[in-house]
Unconditional design. Structure first.
Length: 103
């Protein structure tokens, strides 16, 4: 006579580790943190002066240490400004392709 198969033990749900102190909250969906040279035309970023949209390709100066990109205000399309970052700094942007799902 065959021996009955033992039942598999049910695994308990693993507890989720609470966020570590001092860690920033997770970013909302559709946002990405990129280096300034990885900015694309159409990316949107927000700072203390308002929301900006990238309208020109990024370029570097000072031997690649500084990155510049031309942007325009979303609420005032005629206002353009050149934004400057250190090339090693990450910029939080909203990508239309990321927000809509990768095509």
């Amino acid at each position: 006579m065959a021996k009955p198969r033992p039942e598999k033990k049910r695994q308990k749900a693993k507890p989720v580790q609470p966020p570590l102190p001092g860690m920033p909250p997770p970013e909302p969906p559709g946002t990405a943190r990129v280096l300034p040279m990885q900015l694309q035309i159409g990316d949107r970023m927000t700072d203390s002066t308002g929301e900006w949209q990238v309208v020109g390709r990024p370029y570097t100066t000072a031997g690649g240490k500084n990155s510049h990109v031309r942007g325009q205000r979303v609420d005032k399309p005629g206002v353009t400004e050149t934004r400057l970052w250190g090339s090693y700094e990450k910029v939080t942007v909203i990508r239309r392709a990321t927000a809509e799902g990768k095509r």
